[in-house]
Write a protein that binds this ligand. Sequence first.
Ligand code: PMP
Length: 411
Amino acid sequence: MTIDRTVNTMTATLAGAALLSRRAATATSSTIRDLLELAARGDVISLAGGLPCPEAFPTDAVRRATSTALDAGSLQYGATRGEAGCRAALAGWSDVATDADGVVITTGSQQGLDLLARCLVDPGDAVVVSDPDYLGALQVLRGAEARLVAVATNHEGLCTDDLAALLAGGLRTKLVYVVVNFANPTTATMTPARRAHLVELAERYGFIVVEDDPYRELWFEGPPAEAIGVGSELVVRLRSTSKTIAPGLRLGWMTGPAWLLGAVERAKQTTDLHTSTLSQGVVTALAAQDGWLAPHLDRVRSLYRVRRDALLDALGTVFGPELDVVRPGGGMFLWIDLPGVDSAALLPRALDAGVAYVPGAAFAVDTPRPGSVRLSYATASPDELHLAAQRLGEVVTDAWDAQWAGPAARR
Ligand code: PMP
């Protein structure tokens, strides 16, 4: 009986799989989301997911704002573009000049990306991304059957000279995707010169720049340069409350050219009708609290700054000055290189030792980076970060020893 039922289930599953659309059948699961499940084991300190620190959530303020939102009737269906009051508030939080009409509210900036891909990309279209780049964007673009054109990135962000050379050589693209500040995973912030160069190229060759900017407010030493989108009709900006308030609100917003926002709004109608009116009510009520945001953001920044320094110190102690790491000026991540190590192959041993990270391979487009590793310092406490670094050090040292050579010998 049990065997019969198992066989029946398997047969039904196989038959069902044949019914999946081509896109659903070829869609791959995010390595990071899969990892988060493994890393949720109690004995593992996870530096894997980019989960904001719960201590950074303004829980009391959100509780008060929820009550205000309920009093204001925020449980009803709403407009696809978003509630006017919330759009006005988000226009006020935007770093480009806009008003409520210039804002579309999205269910996280991830939905903004998905809607833009639906509005701009036909199968086979060339889309420019950085190599490596944010996995969630790569998933969306691969799902839209874009032809990904990888352009190198370094500590100054996307190498716009390389892009210019490709365009001069005949590349035509509708869309260039960039994470401008404290990028995920490289932590790089694009220099003002490269931002200006990218706009110049967009104007010359007629493509849209998608400026994804969820980490802008998480700066430690000073605010980042002016947004690419200031003054350009070819730039669409994606913003999010996930890292500044709480990701569970699932509330992001988009500013950009009116023709594109109109298309996005129509695409959103079929996706989810609108973003949660309750979340919008909460954000509207938070924004109405005079003087709330600035001290809240100061607190969030100092929390993350302390954690960045804790992880950098701990890694410095474990690996010594040889460690290949750039000190990020903001955001949630460190991007390190462990020469001679295959970080994906090493992950099961790291999990056994009680530490999780994301192998650099997860973010690769064309160039495999076996030694790269993304570490998030956002979720674990400074003490846990020290312990995690020690565990990582032991696992990596064992791997180096097993190859009969230390890091210096492998450079
Ligand atoms: N873009 C980047 C670069 C991200 O790192 C993330 C989240 N990790 C997102 C977009 C999506 O954020 P959300 O949907 O929560 O706004």
